[in-house]
Write a protein that binds this ligand. Structure first.
Ligand SMILES: [Zn+2]
Length: 218
């Protein structure tokens, strides 16, 4: 019986000592902070402004959104879930555009900083491509050079966000020269996205991605 009291006594002392030490280390007043400066640098801000002009009130633009706030691992196995979550926890999307009513992420945008492709950048691109494909989030890659034409951004976004009214744009079929009409894909990988189709369907089956103009311009 006596030994039980001794064990309990030792445990109590141990607990008190550990807690004291822990609390001492954790005291917030020992930590000092300074501001890091603007949340976005000059180029990132310029792109942000172009983006909100392109989106208007049809979407909400957020910047530097942590991937773990947008995505969750699918795995039900604890260890795998943890590894998958760790992989995204320190990364963020440069920009996301959300549905203004539900704040659901509709499209992710990666702004290439124009720096040389090194190991870190390559890893990031690999991760981005993988997570967006896996979670079925449209990913738009753009670079600083091409980033400030609002009309072009709007066209690019219109393929992914139904809420944005596309500019009235007349396109002609590259196969037969007939005017083309805009349709929305009802099935397949691009479900919900706009595309152009020849008005002479089913006689002519030519189709074009909505953002093909942007790609041509590159
Ligand atoms: Zn045609």
């Amino acid at each position: 019986m006596e030994s039980v009291f001794i064990v309990v006594g030792i445990l109590v002392i141990f607990f008190v000592v550990v807690q004291k030490r822990f609390l001492k280390q954790d005291e917030l007043k020992d930590n000092h902070y300074k501001r890091k400066g603007p949340l976005l640098n000059a180029k990132e801000s310029a792109f942000y402004n172009a983006l909100i002009a392109a989106v208007g009130h049809h979407g909400v633009v957020m910047s530097k959104v942590n991937m773990a706030n947008v995505l969750a691992p699918v795995s039900t196995e604890k260890k795998q879930w943890f590894i998958a979550n760790n992989r995204i926890a320190k990364s963020y999307f440069d920009y996301v555009v959300c549905d203004p009513r539900t704040m659901e992420v509709r499209v992710a945008i990666e702004l290439d900083n124009g720096k040389e492709l090194d190991k870190g950048k390559l890893e990031r691109q690999k991760l981005l491509l993988h997570v967006c494909k896996s979670a079925n989030i449209p990913l738009i890659g753009t670079n600083i050079k091409h980033s400030y034409q609002v009309g072009r951004l709007r066209r690019l976004l219109a393929a992914h966000i139904d809420l944005i009214e596309p500019d009235k744009e007349v396109r002609f079929c590259k196969r037969c020269g007939s005017p083309m009409t805009i349709k929305i894909a009802y099935q397949g990988e691009h479900k919900g996205r706009r595309f152009f189709t020849c008005s002479r369907q089913p006689h002519c089956t030519y189709t074009e991605n909505y953002n093909v103009v942007f790609e041509d311009d590159e």
